[in-house]
Design a protein around this ligand. Sequence first.
Ligand code: ASP
Length: 352
Amino acid sequence: MTKSKMSQQHKSLLQGRRDLLKLAAALPLAGGLSACASTTASDKSATAAATSTPKPSAVRKPIVVSTWEHGMPANAAAWQVLAAGGSALDAVEQGVRVPEADPAVRTVGYGGYPDASGEVTLDACIMDHQLNCGSVAGLKRIKHPISVARAVMEKTPHVMLVGEGALTFAKAQGFVEENLLTEQSKQDWLVWREQGKAKSQINLENHDTIGMLALDSDGHLAGACTTSGAAYKLPGRVGDSPLIGAGLYVDQDVGAATATGLGELMIKTVGCHLVVELMRQGLNPQQACQRAVERIAAKIPNAAEAQVGFLALSVSGEVGAYCLHGGFNYAVQDASGATLTDAIHLLPGVVV
Ligand code: ASP
């Protein structure tokens, strides 16, 4: 992505945030949300819809789905693995390594926005069809946190390593330390600091984590989620993305879910586990994602000031996504080709 495109995008992000804050201010939260949500399914009607929705006759596999537009090239890499008969686990790892290495993707891996102190710290997790999972949080100077997360899963008795311990482990596994702060990210951080915004900035401008879910030819599910987290976050802040259940969950009996947006909201609701459990109760992926967003909007004060989006894939290859504000899109790839789709949203207005 060119610098001018980036800065144009940045301006529109800022504008989007301003519009949204106006919108949020105009909404008496409980009443406003329930008014907007009144067009969406209630608990009863969603369940009724779920039971009346015809089940697909055949399993759609292999298939891979990812959050955001940068999910397109990520899916393409994952598809190479899946189309060759590879595992969902290999596919999601290879897939999300694409944005991790791309400095133009400012919310994942190399080139990601730093924390308030100017340090890029990365969070990631990975999960397979047997509840095996691995995770790293606050990992510095390693370009591919997803592969470190996989090593935690496969080579330790633990699920999660953080900070210095994660870095020490990564180096012991042969991962090479490198600078992750690009000149562009450094300049943006300096501007942010000079503007005196010395507070944790978790808002609508920095919510483009990649979450990827795949179903392979053997019918096995896996998922991966990786991010640089909220731009200019307080050093030490961990979002939902490396937390199993919050930013990612996979259950082979049902399906898988991943999330993007303000991680604190997904942590408070254990959002991805919620989506999977709703699918277990009979909702399809779309309905389950919608219900989880509605839960967040109804229960968390000021949720409207943030974005959240869920993406889910059932064990039969059905896909669903839903977000709080318009602007969240997701990428799907299977044998019929690749698509990018805008997710349906709960509140009026679009945040780019
Ligand atoms: N969920 C991420 C976090 O809170 C942000 C994102 O989606 O980019 O760290």
